[in-house]
Design a protein around this ligand. Sequence first.
Ligand SMILES: [Zn+2]
Ligand SMILES: [Zn+2]
Length: 209
Amino acid sequence: MNIDIIPVTSFQQNCSLIWDDRKNAAIIDPGGEPKKLIEKIEENGLDLKMILLTHGHLDHIGAAPALKAHFGVDIIGPHEDDVFWFENLPQQSAQFGLFEANAFLPDMWLNRENEVLEVGSLKLEVLHLPGHTPGHVGFFEHQNIVAFTGDVLFRNSIGRTDFPGGSYDDLISSIKEKLFPLGDDWIIIPGHGPYTTIGAEKKTNPYLK
Ligand SMILES: [Zn+2]
Ligand SMILES: [Zn+2]
């Protein structure tokens, strides 16, 4: 699997572009700067198959409509419990101090636990990871033991739970009951900051002692 992590917006959100050896690609959390993302996709000669979203925060989804318009592919995810974040997109601009955005809805919600999405030879399992937002999901690529988990778990930190619909207890359950059992070698690509591993976070993350 090829992975290009492209930080976007003033929040330095990690947009991940992934593709297989035949250039079948998906983009995860295109939060902003659509021009830059379109250039990356076209520079690499990639065949974009889908736009995947972990949760409904503007810095993770802001460029999704522009990419959909350009490439004609579906916006998939997160879980439907995040619908209010999509409906509130214009307010999120002011709330987060980011660019203006119109409300939109994904083409498909990811409400089925363990659903597997195929991007060429890549297989992404979907797990519901509520807590930071109620409809937050993660994408798990078992062949390469890499997970794209948005704002759930960071290197030495965890996601905020003080937004509407957030839940500290749900976040800790998502981490301890869904991420930790994956195994220590799994690589976690978070929504912000450097990547980490499950093993490293079990050992050093001060929020998970
Ligand atoms: Zn977020
Ligand atoms: Zn974020």
